[in-house]
Ligand binder design. Structure first.
Ligand code: SF4
Length: 461
C-alpha cells in the first residue's frame, strides 16, 4: 500500500497490529470505558448520498482533551450498481482493516464493541482531524472494493447523537444475524472462510457456517456468500464442505484442507462444535470466551466487556491472551455471541447443559435462546463469586453438570494381581501456562492400586 502524499502520516499494512499504549495516547474512542459506541455500514441509492462527503458530528480530533475516552461512532453509507444489502456486514468489517493501516490509529473489535486509539505522535504530525481519516478510508475502500461507486462517511463524537443512534444500529445487527438463523449447516453446499485476522493471528482461519458464526460476530454465512461472490480473490472465500467426517463434532474434509493450507500446515483438523480436541482456532477479536472449569467439569462464558474477575478468578483479558493468536487451545475457546444462539452451540460438550457460569448481561441478551429448563440453573456474577459458591449453587439447583460428578468414582479397589487402566471420564485438559504443560488435580479421591497406567489419548480420538 503506497503512502498518500497529502496525508500527514504513513498509511500501509505495516501499521496493522500497531498498539498504542496509554502513555502514547491522544484519545481513546469507544473502548471498555464507554458504554455506547458503534460502526455501521448501510447501502443507499446513489442519489441518497453525497459521494466523498466526510463529516464529524461532535468534537474533532484536535478538540478532544488529551488522554480522554469518548463515545464514538463511524457511519458509512455506500452506493453502487452491484451492491446489495448483504454486503453491508462485509464492507463494515473492512473498517477494522483499513483504519489499522493508518500510522497512529488503532482499531479493535467490531460493531457495538469498537475500541480505537489515536496516538499523540500522529496528532503532532498532523493527524488532527477526522477529515483526514475519512479521506484515507474513502481511497482505500474505493481502491480495494471497486464495486463501491459512492461513499459518504460520518464520524460521531457527540454523546447525545450516539445515544440516539445506538438502538437503531443494534437493530440492524440483529436483523442481519437473524437471517442466518433460518438455515442449518446441513442445508448448504458450501461454507465460507475468512483470513482477515491473519495479520494479528497468522494461523487463524475462520470457518463461517450458518450455525457457527464468525468469532468476531460480524460476518454471517450470508455475508460470506455475498463477499465471495463479489470479490472471489478477497479475504473471504468459499470453502467446499467436502466429505462430512463427523456431523456431531462438525468435521469436514473441506474445512480441514482449507485450515491446513491457510495456516501453512499448523492446523490440520477442526471440530466446529466443541472446545475440546480440535476446536476452531481463536484469533483475538472474538466477542467472548468459553473456558473449562475443571473443578466442576463445566464451562464458563465471559465476554469482552466484563471487567471483573470471572468465577475462576481470571479476568477476560488473561484468558483472551491464553486463547488468542490463531491457536487451538483445549478448553479455552474464542466465540461470538451469535454462535451461542445456534442449536449446534458446543453440542459435543453438552451445549447449554454444560455451561455453569455466565455474566448477567450476556444471559440477558441470550435469554430467548437458553433452554428454559436450564436458564435458572446457570449462575451469574450476582449469584456466585468463587468456585466454592459455584459448586454449592450447581448442587442446590440440580444443574445437569452435577450428574457428571457422579461418573467419577471416589474410590477404586483393584483385585490383587490385576492392573487397572484409568481413563478420565472428562476430556484431557491442557491448561495454558507461560511455561507450557498442564497439571492434574485429584481432589477427594482415594485410589488403591499397585500400578496405575495413565495413557495419552490416541491422536484423533
Ligand atoms: S474473526 Fe474471523 S470472520 Fe471476523 S474478521 Fe477475523 S477472520 Fe474474519
Amino acid at each position: 500500500m503506497a503512502m498518500f502524499k497529502d496525508i500527514p502520516v504513513d498509511v500501509g499494512v505495516a501499521y496493522e497490529g500497531e498498539r498504542i499504549r496509554k502513555s502514547d495516547l491522544h484519545a481513546e474512542l469507544g473502548g471498555p470505558n464507554i458504554d455506547k459506541k458503534f460502526e455501521l455500514v448501510r447501502v443507499r441509492k446513489k442519489d441518497e448520498i453525497k459521494d466523498e462527503k466526510i463529516e464529524c458530528i461532535g468534537p474533532d480530533i484536535k478538540e478532544i482533551q488529551e488522554g480522554s475516552s469518548i463515545p464514538f461512532g463511524i457511519f458509512i453509507e455506500v452506493a453502487g450498481k452491484q451492491i446489495e444489502e448483504e454486503l453491508e456486514g462485509v464492507i463494515e468489517r473492512r473498517i477494522h482493516e483499513y483504519t489499522n493501516f493508518i500510522e497512529g490509529f488503532m482499531h479493535l473489535n467490531q460493531r457495538y464493541d469498537i475500541w480505537c486509539r489515536i496516538s499523540k505522535k500522529s496528532v503532532k504530525k498532523g493527524l488532527d482531524s477526522f477529515q483526514i481519516i475519512g479521506k484515507v478510508l474513502l481511497r482505500l475502500f474505493k481502491g480495494e472494493l471497486p464495486f463501491i461507486e459512492s461513499m459518504q462517511i460520518t464520524f460521531f463524537t457527540d454523546p447525545k447523537k450516539i445515544e440516539e443512534l445506538w438502538e437503531e444500529t443494534v437493530k440492524v445487527y440483529e436483523e442481519r444475524d437473524s437471517r442466518a438463523r433460518k438455515l442449518s449447516d446441513d442445508d448448504v453446499e458450501e461454507f465460507y472462510g475468512c483470513d482477515l485476522c491473519q495479520s494479528f493471528a497468522p494461523t487463524h482461519v475462520c470457518t463461517i457456517t450458518p450455525q457457527r458464526y464468525a468469532n468476531c460476530g460480524a460476518i454471517s454465512w450470508f455475508d460470506g456468500r455475498a463477499a465471495s461472490k463479489i470479490d472471489p480473490k478477497g479475504p473471504i472465500y468459499k470453502i467446499d464442505k467436502g466429505e462430512c467426517l463427523d456431523p456431531f463434532k462438525g468435521e469436514y474434509t473441506g474445512i480441514n484442507a482449507n485450515a491446513k493450507k491457510k495456516s501453512l500446515g499448523e492446523i490440520t483438523r477442526v471440530w466446529l462444535y466443541t472446545v475440546f480436541g480440535y476446536p476452531h482456532t481463536s484469533c483475538g477479536c472474538f466477542e467472548a470466551i468459553a473456558f473449562y472449569i475443571p473443578e466442576v467439569d463445566g464451562l464458563g462464558i465471559v465476554h469482552r466487556d466484563f471487567k471483573e474477575k470471572t468465577v475462576n478468578e481470571l479476568p477476560f483479558s488473561t484468558m483472551a491472551d491464553s486463547a488468542a493468536g490463531g491457536r487451538q487451545v483445549d478448553g479455552f475457546h474464542g466465540l461470538s455471541i451469535e454462535y451461542m444462539r445456534s442449536p449446534k452451540f458446543l453440542q459435543v460438550d453438552g451445549g447449554w447443559d454444560r455451561v455453569v457460569w455466565i455474566p448477567k448481561s450476556v444471559k440477558e441478551r441470550l435469554k430467548d435462546f437458553i433452554p428454559g429448563e436450564i436458564i435458572n440453573k446457570i449462575p451469574t456474577e450476582d449469584q456466585v463469586k468463587n468456585l466454592g459458591e459455584l459448586k454449592e449453587f450447581l448442587k442446590t439447583n440440580q444443574h445437569p453438570v452435577v450428574e457428571r460428578w457422579k461418573e467419577i468414582p471416589s474410590e477404586i479397589e483393584i483385585p490383587t494381581g490385576e492392573e487397572l487402566l484409568i481413563e478420565a471420564p472428562m476430556p484431557t485438559i491442557g491448561i495454558p501456562t507461560t511455561g507450557g504443560g498442564f497439571k492434574i488435580i485429584l481432589k477427594g479421591a482415594k485410589i488403591q492400586a499397585k500400578k496405575v497406567i495413565i495413557k495419552a489419548p490416541k491422536k484423533g480420538s
